[in-house]
Design a protein around this ligand. Structure first.
Ligand code: AFP
Length: 327
């Protein structure tokens, strides 16, 4: 039985990364306990204010954010934090070598209906040790990430993590508080017949994405020659977890629903960490055409269209977009 602590000792040569991951997963245990209490802990419902995204914050959004922020501010290896819930980056310890970005509670619209939610985190190098960090220090491409992962607060609490070339999964033992390894080499099949998309946005998609979904819906009678199945958790962390477990394609594509948004998902603390996990598990992750991990960010809250999962489907979506754009 391998614990997270043992795994980090055996597979990570950077004690600072081990320390920060331990801080994040310790807070994850507290968030998991709070979620288990649910309505009994008076933590459900709206917090009564909006975040930088203009989204109504849930009480647990704020609580999870504050728990992570407080814990990381005390971690000497953390130079600063960027959160979905905060307008700007928060400096921590100037001598720290790491920057941490997170979505403290992804899928928070699921909280009040007792559905899966999660914490997504990304760890970047801090290049200006000794100086107070600012937003621009975080604007590094996803390929620069030193580690990434998520905690999924589902029927059990699970951790997916990549610190080297592979992806591993742990399950939290609520009795001991240990994260116990349950998968030491997560791999995604290139082929799949399962996809995730919020189809109510169909009329806002670009033509090649409409064509792609039309072909999946046509199933065996259409050009794809086989039937497909859909799943939509409405929490990226739940859809990505399913894909890491059994393959599939997840997309929140470019849409014209809100003119000023390229898509709904955020690059720095949703798309980048999830793309690193998916690629290292053998899948693909693009904005429909370009590799997400290559995108040079311009803002810590910028949004990006996302197509990720089983490689053959990610490639086919890219092919349809390139063919359409060539006509
Ligand atoms: P919330 O955190 O506001 O619930 O949004 C979750 C999310 O960013 C992502 O996790 C989901 O995949 C996606 O939004 C769901 O979006 P729709 O509510 O438009 O389906």
């Amino acid at each position: 039985m391998t614990t997270l602590t043992q795994y980090l000792k055996d597979h990570s040569s950077n004690p600072a990364i081990n320390d920060v991951i331990t801080t994040i997963t310790d807070v994850g245990q507290t968030i998991s306990q709070l979620l288990r209490k649910g309505a009994l802990a008076d933590i459900l419902g709206e917090a009564g204010n909006q975040n930088v995204q203009g989204e109504e914050q849930k009480k647990l959004d704020v609580l999870a954010n504050d728990l992570l922020l407080d814990a990381l501010a005390k971690n000497k290896n953390c130079a600063g934090v960027a959160s979905e819930e905060l307008d700007d980056a928060t400096p921590a310890n100037a001598d720290g070598s790491l920057l941490v970005l997170f979505d403290p509670l992804d899928g928070s619209s699921n909280i009040d209906i007792n559905m899966a939610v999660g914490t997504i985190f990304s760890i970047l190098p801090y290049q200006r040790q000794g100086q107070t960090c600012n937003n621009s220090d975080f604007l590094q491409a996803g390929s620069e990430q030193l580690a990434a992962g998520y905690l999924l607060y589902g029927t059990s609490t699970m951790l997916a993590l990549t610190i080297a070339d592979d992806v591993v999964m742990f399950s939290l033992d609520p009795d001991s508080g240990d994260y116990i390894m349950v998968n030491d080499e997560v791999k995604i099949d290139a082929e799949t017949s399962e996809y995730s998309i919020n189809s109510s946005n169909y009329r806002y998609w670009r033509a090649p994405m409409q064509q792609y979904i039309d072909e999946l819906v046509a199933g065996e009678a259409g050009v794809r020659g086989r039937d497909f199945n859909t799943r939509w958790v409405a929490a990226m962390v739940g859809d990505v977890h399913r894909i890491l477990c059994r393959g599939g394609l997840f997309t929140y594509p470019f849409d014209t629903k809100y003119a000023h948004k390229a898509g709904k998902l955020r690059l720095m603390y949703e798309a980048n960490p999830m793309s690193l996990l998916i690629e290292r598990a053998g899948g693909g992750a693009t904005d429909a055409v370009n590799r997400i991990l290559d995108i040079k960010p311009t803002d810590i809250h910028q949004r990006v269209p996302v197509v990720l999962g089983s490689q053959n489907e990610v490639d086919y979506v890219k092919q349809l977009h390139l063919e359409h754009d060539e006509t």
